[in-house]
Structure formats: structure tokens, C-alpha cells
Write a protein that binds this ligand. Sequence first.
Ligand SMILES: Cc1cc2nc3c(=O)[nH]c(=O)nc-3n(C[C@H](O)[C@H](O)[C@H](O)COP(=O)(O)OP(=O)(O)OC[C@H]3O[C@@H](n4cnc5c(N)ncnc54)[C@H](O)[C@@H]3O)c2cc1C
Length: 477
Amino acid sequence: MVSTVGDAATLSSQRRFPPYRALPPSSVSRPSPPSHLKTAILGAGVSGLALARFLVEGGHDLDDLTLFEAAPVIGGLCRSKTVDGFTYDVAGGHILFSKDAGVMQWMKDVAGGDEAFVRRDRNTKIRFDDRWVRYPFENGIGDLPKQANFDCLQGYVQAWHERKASGSTAPSDFKSWIRWRFGDGIAEHFMDPYNEKIWKRPLEDITSSWVAGRVPDAPIEDVLRAAIGIETDGYTHQAIFYYPKKGGFQAITDGMGSTLGARIRLSTRVESVVRHGEGWRVNGEDFDRIVSTLPLNELPDIVEGVPDGVAQAMRGLAFNSIVCYLVALDRPEHPNLSWVYLPQRKQGPVNRVTYMSNYAPGNAPEGQTSFLFEVTYPGGAPEPDIALEKEVLAGVETAGLLKRDEILFTDRSTSRYAYVVYDHDLDARRAQSIDWCEANGLHPLGRFGHYDYFNSDQCTIAAKAMAGRLLEVARKG
Ligand SMILES: Cc1cc2nc3c(=O)[nH]c(=O)nc-3n(C[C@H](O)[C@H](O)[C@H](O)COP(=O)(O)OP(=O)(O)OC[C@H]3O[C@@H](n4cnc5c(N)ncnc54)[C@H](O)[C@@H]3O)c2cc1C
């Protein structure tokens, strides 16, 4: 299935699940005797906040918890920003959905319950020349111009036939894997240009190990049907999503933080973590245990005594950054779209466009609308300058999404850590880094804490499991 996720815009069904030892829900909600173990949580994004909430729900004394947050506000990648009445999510449009209904309900409940959310039907398309192509791509090839439709169909059938005839196994690099799985047509018209925009490096440098075996083999009959214009079901995951009525996606993390009060130390960067007896010293203060949601690759500069080999593995973990442009529009109404993908090079550097004002009524003043444009850049590279904004606007204009005279103003936000990059060294580096952390009682958690492709619900699931583990230790100890 050629599909993209709200988050990643890569292949959706390849999500990796972490090797956490998930405990039954009761292990978190069951009250345990107060442990009086002092716990430090590094980072107050959704992972750190959810962990703190689950610990307290499970009986951990709130006064024995401390969250360290470098930013002046909580929320991390889930933050939102409001400018002149227009609200947008700073790290790309975020939606709430989960395969774990219990966790999703918990996330809604901490932020005001069902009443505080709007429910939306996902309507996602791919922009190709001046057309709208159904999503996912292989279910929409009948919407393509005739030559592109033929290229995609021929390549798909050929690749399917070659796989069946040769019994070949999946190639290890992403570029070859795309051709092996989807054929030359889909590779050239969609997968290659689209993924080059996201990953900002040759696709040969990305591994296929995270996709192989996780992408369902779309029945060839469906692709044949799609090519001649018969509608097929396609991708049903995230068919429905939720979004806070007010305050952007950040309303969820604000809700999580609302009962933690002064236990969250804002504008407090963790600069030093030192082993001290059985516990840890964070910025000179003693704790019995520590959970880190800070980017794993930064730990060698913060944690004392990381062995050279492990430090090298951590430092080598690759990531991409993101810059997001809010464009406020003097346009009374958008088409009924959630987000669209821009795979073509002529459409400029943007890979995904969120119809931000369609997410919730609170996201734009009445009678006006907004877009959110996402552009990635390699982690560690200098932040893009104004020239990129010009390219962005020229590209989306070429794609036919807006006219310059509709623009009221623009605003932009950058996030240094946006995407874990699945290069060929990732698995080995991550395993070595996490093994060392766990063996030394420094528990890694979260998207960059654990270096995995998590959405906020998966962060919450992992935080719940982590809380179960810590509470269990406290009960036994
Ligand atoms: C483009 C994009 C789209 C996405 N779309 C969705 C979506 O639609 N739905 C969804 O559920 N998820 C989505 N996600 C994923 C979601 O944003 C993340 O899974 C989640 O926010 C990660 O939370 P975290 O707490 O693990 O990490 P973070 O949010 O990165 O939190 C880490 C925190 O640590 C702090 N910190 C860092 N260094 C230090 C230090 N030295 N000292 C103290 N504090 C420090 C940071 O300031 C930050 O607050 C998307 C992500 C991206 C990039």
C-alpha cells in the first residue's frame, strides 16, 4: 500500500512498536503504597507529561516527581501557536487517533473530555499537476493523466509478476525496495520524489528493514480496478480523527500538565546528569531514578561517563528537522480536505499541506482560513532563511493551492527534532544506546528519547507501560 501518515508522510503501516514490557492497565490504575522514591523526568513533551500523570494515578507522590523542561512552555512537538487569531501546530498538523481506544479516550479526558474535541472524517488527497488523486496513490492511479496511469499500472504489474516468478526477497535499501514492491511507474511519479522531499538524502541510504513485512500486499485486483476508474476501499486507518476545539493540538498536553503545577520546571535545561550512589544527580540535585525523553543523541554531552563506543553510537543517530509555515488567508472557505501531499518536484519543497482551519473552528477567525506547509531539512543543518519561504509560496502556487493576493500574513516555526532517519546504522546504534541506558538505570522514553517513529498516542502508550514498570519497582522496593 502506498500511503502516507499524518505525521510522516512516508509509508504508514510500517510503524515500529517499541520493546516496552507493556503491563495491563490495572497495573497503572491500581493504587500502590507511596514510594517516596524521587523521580526525575527529563522533558515535558507528551511522553514526559503522560508518564508523570500515570505515575500519580498509580500512587506516586506528586511531590516526589520533578519534570525538567528546557522550553518556557510544555508540549514539545505537540505545541501549537496562535497569531492574530490563527492557531497552528508548530511541528506540522497533528491529529488525534489511535488503535488503542482506551489511551485515546484518556488523552481526550485529560483535555476536557469528548465535548472539548471535534470529530473529523479524514479526507486526504494527492495533488498531481492540476488534478486531485485519491489516497493512497495505488488506489488513485485512475485519477492520473493517461500516460502516468499506464506507467504506474505497467510497473506495478511487472513488479508483482517478477516477485511472484522469482520468489525474491525484499531488497535492503529503500530505493530498490520501492521498485521491487511498486514498480518503476509509481517510483518515478510518486514514491521517489515524495520521499526525497521528506528524507533529504539518497533513498539508497535509507533502510527498507522498517517497511518490509509491515506493508500489506494490496490485492493486484484493486490496483487494476483503480486504474480503470472503479473505486476501491484503500486505506481505512485514521478514517476518523479528533482535534481539540480550541488551543490547537497543544490543548492535549496542556491538559496533561494542568495537574502537575510547579512540579514542572520550565526554562530549565538539563545540563548535567551524574551517577550518584544508587541514584542520579540532575543539575546537582539528587534523584533515586530518572526517565529521559531528551534526544538520545544528545546524552553523551549531558550524561557523565557514557563509554566512548556508546557515545559514538548515540552521536551517530540521524534525524531530520522541520520548518512549518502558517499561511493565513482571506478566503472564506476551503474545500473539504484534511491534508494533501505534494509529491512533484515542480510543486516546490513542501511535502504536505494541512488545511489547518478545517481541523477546528477555533483555528481561524470566522470567514477566514489557513494552510500549514511542511518542509523538512537535514538535522544539524542551519535553519532555512527567507529564500525558502519564497520557494514554498511559488511551489504551492504552481500546485494551484493558493493565489498570492489571498495571503493575509505568514508565520513560521522550526523544530530541530522532527523525524528519526532510518539509515542503515539505526538499529545497531539504537540498540547499543538503549541497552546502555537501561543497564545503567536511565530509562529512555519517547520519540527521540527512544529514537522511534512514535505518534503522540504511541508515546502515551509507552509512558503508561513505563509508569507500570516504575510503580512495580516502587511497590517491591
Ligand atoms: C511533522 C510531524 C507530524 C506529526 N503528526 C502527528 C499526528 O498527527 N498525531 C500524533 O499523535 N503525533 C504526531 N506527531 C508525533 C508527535 O509530535 C510526537 O510523537 C510527540 O510529540 C513526541 O513527544 P515526546 O515527548 O516524546 O518528545 P518531544 O515532544 O520532543 O519532547 C521532548 C521535550 O524535551 C525537552 N528537552 C529537550 N532537551 C532538553 C534538555 N536538555 N533539558 C530539558 N528539556 C529538554 C524539549 O523541549 C521537549 O519539550 C508528528 C510529528 C511530526 C514531526
